[in-house]
Design a protein around this ligand. Structure first.
Ligand SMILES: Nc1ncnc2c1ncn2[C@@H]1O[C@H](COP(=O)(O)OP(=O)(O)OP(=O)(O)O)[C@@H](O)[C@H]1O
Ligand SMILES: [Mg+2]
Length: 208
């Protein structure tokens, strides 16, 4: 695998960081979160380092680290920082897993949405979605927004307890590949995550 993969989601807390950690660990990839909004309680990069066991050189520094846990456009304003989209082009490290923030239509700035950034990057993009009630609507809306911008969507990765009909319905109506599903892990640690990813996903789907 010699590319970069973008991990986005239907919403904040959908499970992007946990999935990105599993994927980066399995691929032996580096990880990059372009904008981290909210620093109390640790960054997503720190969480990925722990969950994937990545050495420090494979955790690439964020372009922006913002204090407030809210949408990046607002967190930047609160910190008095102007986000320069030119600094958000992916670094050259390969393989690379890139995590967005929140959902696909979250503003990076008042003039730029994450989905616009993904369209500019034109990298294979994975949508992380819950399996819980509400996921059909959230997933299909997110897919429409990505497809409208011609973002190359690699597939959908579910997180949560199995919901066979919802998962199949999203795949059929959204015309999207179901890549697999990470179950809720307890404990959630490096070993349980690596084995759940290996059991529920096919690495070849991410390396083709
Ligand atoms: N498979 C799982 N098993 C157990 N807990 C999980 C799993 N996936 C996610 N979680 C938990 O759910 C919460 C949200 O997950 P995560 O941080 O990955 O979401 P996110 O989409 O990255 O959120 P954000 O928009 O803030 O970046 C975390 O507390 C995480 O530990
Ligand atoms: Mg995250």
């Amino acid at each position: 695998m010699n590319s970069a993969i973008v991990v986005t989601g239907t919403d904040t807390d959908a499970g992007k960081t946990v999935f990105a950690a599993a994927l980066a660990g399995a691929l032996g990839a580096a990880y990059w979160k372009p904008v981290q909004a909210g620093l109390d309680g640790g960054s997503d990069a720190e969480r990925v380092a722990a969950l994937a066991g990545l050495p420090p050189e494979r955790i690439l520094p964020e372009a922006y680290r913002l204090a407030t846990p809210c949408s990046p456009h607002r967190a930047a304003e609160i910190d008095g920082i102007e986000i320069d989209p030119a600094r958000l082009d992916p670094p050259g490290d390969r393989p690379l897993v890139i995590e967005g923030a929140g959902g696909v239509l979250v503003p990076v700035t008042r003039n730029l949405l994450y989905a616009d950034l993904f369209a500019r990057w034109a990298l294979p993009t994975v949508l992380v979605a819950r399996t819980a009630l509400g996921t059909i609507n959230h997933s299909l809306l997110s897919l429409e927004a990505l497809q409208a911008r011609r973002v190359p969507v690699l597939g959908i990765a579910f997180v949560g307890e199995a919901n066979e009909d919802s998962e199949a319905t999203i795949a059929a109506i959204g015309k999207i590949r179901r890549l697999g599903r990470l179950p809720i892990l307890d404990p959630l640690d490096r070993a349980s995550l690596a084995s759940a990813f290996a059991a529920n996903f096919d690495l070849a789907d991410f390396t083709a």
